[in-house]
Design a protein around this ligand. Sequence first.
Ligand SMILES: [Zn+2]
Ligand SMILES: [Zn+2]
Length: 329
Amino acid sequence: MRAMVLNTAMLPLELERRSIPQPGPGELRLRVLACAVCRTDLHIVDGELPLPVLPIVPGHEIVGVVEALGAGVEGHRAGDRVGVPWLGHSCGCCAFCIEGHENLCDAPRFTGYHRDGGFASHVIAEAAFCMPLTLPETDAARIAPLLCAGLIGWRSLKAAGEGAHRLGLYGFGAAAHLVAQVATAQGREVYAFTRPGDHEAQAFARGLGARWAGGSDECAPEPLDAAIIFAPAGQLVPAALRAVRKGGRVVCGGIHMSDIPAFPYRWLWEERSVSSVANLTRADACEFLDFAQAHPLQVHVRTYPLRQANEALDDVRAGRIEGAAVLLP
Ligand SMILES: [Zn+2]
Ligand SMILES: [Zn+2]
């Protein structure tokens, strides 16, 4: 098999040939059809997150075909198409897991972080965390971004609340381009904030249903009910607080962000709140994939051959992509 491996943080991934692994008990071996590139992969490669395992194969938005089943696997068959998200394992017995918050598990294993991920031709995944894919879309490249950009976007949208009719999205990358469509389909109004001067991204947002699009240095034309921040820029937190109405919510959707600058308490006052979204649960995945089944989303992708993973990461880092970057083995 082939894999793009992170051996040292802040250095490029290296192409390696390895022998094809055998699935252990409860695991599946998948032939990877496509794996999208997430901003979290950038934070891993750039050493902005602690790295518990090196070398590691990144990639946690995997669409694959079941090739081999480990002992005791039920509910999957060879040839099935499945998706592998970021949550690759939860313990099932900590207080968070027991209360249905497996996204906050005390002993999780994340795909492409604790265990090798999908920047590869093959991957081993825990069967219980592989999501069956029965979407009308058949192009694996257009399904892969749903598995993190879509899922985290969905969880962030739930955190924004059902009352968030006027919704701001800060950072219009892979996640926002999907959330904008979900929110619009739910009858909400989307206000998209991009890097100042990024008129292409603003036109892209309008084309996906945003009622308004502008730079993150601009004021929203209406007070917002909630805002979701996908860009990893801490200065957007006070900016978003100033854009939401009394009682408005600001949800940070990313795993890493630069420091949030100090701001006057009155920007938070009047029951505005700031929260973060961490990881996902399998229930989120089922809900979102059901939604995507009923409301087909336009998934914009730029595909790269697996060996060009470093170029794909560079393009995500520079914001050069409309939608999501996807690696094809
Ligand atoms: Zn991700
Ligand atoms: Zn747990």
